[in-house]
Ligand binder design. Structure first.
Ligand SMILES: Cc1cc2nc3c(=O)[nH]c(=O)nc-3n(C[C@H](O)[C@H](O)[C@H](O)COP(=O)(O)OP(=O)(O)OC[C@H]3O[C@@H](n4cnc5c(N)ncnc54)[C@H](O)[C@@H]3O)c2cc1C
Length: 412
């Protein structure tokens, strides 16, 4: 008897690799082999912050540690007549690597270490019931797909019923990195956001341009159509939108070269932010426990979901190592509650960013534009969601955040 893990995204793979390090018996179920993952369309445009990179070091996964994949700076532009810009430096660089490369390599690493993933798409609850005959606990790390139905939505923790943004983006040639190199975000009031991190993919260094469209706003037309049959037309529309709404990004574009790196490098979709109940009863008195996007889905605006999935995988591995009794409902409830302590600030901070901006968020960003110490603190806190949320939850919290940033940095 052992633990079954369904899904080979970052949540499932970090958990499986960690349990292997701990010598805990687990079986990983994967719907896709490494080559399937590599050959598909982009899954996301993930930037991994230093905390996640530290966990990769702890796992002994060093493949993505090269500075060539580093993004140390975040540039934020509030577009429009009252707009402003700032840039902040992360204390330690983030890394932006195509997840098709990253996850395929992690899965191969798991196999190199003696793991023997079982190729199986678990279709539904009945499939999980069958796994429960083989495993004392089934961890569901299957992302936002079919198995989420097993975990009911937690209304109290889920303010959205529909996607607050629609997404369209791709990996593009023809965009110069910003100075200094890193990630950029252009916030366009009433329309949404355009992200443009420098990104490492199959074609080498490219730029991931991601448009987040407010439904019915001026970006919605781009995100409302299926562009898979027309990659060149898609690139033209993205360029037109950048030209109209994000002048600093437009300056970095060479129109002649601006094109999708490969026709497949196109992503469209939407995320309905949701928190689910973290566990479900299966047949025979066994339980399923949800982690990562299978449990909590966040809009990508704040670049948190994969970083959180990794963090929760490590936390869950510690909980499993320390546990000696049965994996019953009390265990699942307690494990889920411990994970929620870490996840809640991410959910709250992301939902605040995605919603109508409160005045104190404007104060924080405006102060960052005028004071480099606050800009650096804001950017550093993308990797410290609990402290970020303390600084955003109320006007008083924001005042304290700003005061602390100004004191700490001037004393340094
Ligand atoms: C455009 C975009 C940009 C993003 N940018 C960032 C960012 O910068 N930083 C960040 O931290 N996060 C970001 N995110 C969020 C991030 O991608 C997700 O939160 C994270 O990848 C979720 O990982 P996961 O392992 O929980 O799930 P997934 O990555 O969805 O993995 C699920 C796995 O389960 C498998 N699976 C699915 N169904 C089944 C089944 N029925 N049976 C068996 N296996 C199954 C899948 O094949 C896959 O291997 C972004 C998301 C998007 C869409």
């Amino acid at each position: 008897m052992s633990i079954g893990i369904v899904g080979t995204g970052i949540s499932g793979l970090h958990l499986a690799l960690r349990l292997r390090q701990f010598g805990i018996d687990a079986t990983l179920y994967t719907a896709q082999g490494p080559d399937d993952i590599r050959s598909g369309p982009p899954l996301n445009f993930v930037t991994r912050f230093d905390s996640t990179r530290e966990r990769e070091s702890a796992l002994g996964v060093t493949e993505w540690s090269s500075p060539a994949y580093d993004n140390a700076w975040m540039h934020l532009h509030l577009e429009g007549p009252d707009g402003f810009s700032f840039r902040g430096r992360l204390p330690k660089p983030a890394s932006s690597v195509d997840f098709r490369m990253y996850l395929a390599a992690l899965l191969e690493e798991y196999q190199r270490r003696g793991g023997d993933p079982v190729h199986l798409r678990v279709a539904d609850r009945a499939g999980l019931d069958r796994l429960a005959e083989r495993h004392e606990l089934v961890v569901v790390a299957a992302g936002r797909g079919a198995l989420t139905d097993v975990f009911p939505r937690d209304d109290a923790r889920s303010p959205y019923r529909s996607a607050p943004r629609r997404l369209a983006g791709g990996l593009f040639h023809g965009v110069r990195p910003p100075e200094p190199a890193g990630m950029t975000m252009h916030m366009v009031p009433g329309a949404g956001e355009i992200h443009a991190p420098t990104y490492h993919s199959f074609a080498g260094q490219v730029t991931a341009v991601l448009v987040e469209a407010v439904p019915d706003g001026p970006f919605a037309e781009l995100t409302g159509r299926d562009h898979r049959g027309d990659p060149d037309g898609f690139a033209k529309e993205v360029l037109a939108l950048v030209t109209a709404h994000a002048p600093a990004l437009r300056e970095r574009v060479d129109e002649q070269d601006f094109a999708l790196a490969r026709p497949v490098d196109l992503l469209q979709g939407a995320v309905v932010p949701v928190v689910r109940r973290g566990w479900a009863a299966l047949a025979g008195g066994r339980y399923a426990l949800a982690v990562g996007d299978a449990w909590i889905a966040n809009d990508p605006l704040t670049a948190q979901g994969a970083n959180l999935g990794s963090e929760l995988a490590f936390l869950l591995a510690d909980v499993l190592r320390a546990h000696t009794g049965r994996y019953d409902e009390a265990f699942c409830r307690a494990a889920s509650e411990r994970m929620w302590q870490r996840a809640q600030p991410v959910v709250d901070f992301t939902n605040l960013f995605i919603g109508p901006p409160p005045a104190h968020l404007g104060t924080l960003l405006g102060t960052a534009a005028a004071d480099q110490r606050v800009a650096d603190a804001f950017v550093a806190h993308l990797d410290r969601p609990a402290a970020m949320w303390r600084g955003l939850a109320s006007p008083e919290g924001t005042d304290a955040f700003i005061a602390r940033a100004q004191t700490v940095r001037s004393a340094a």
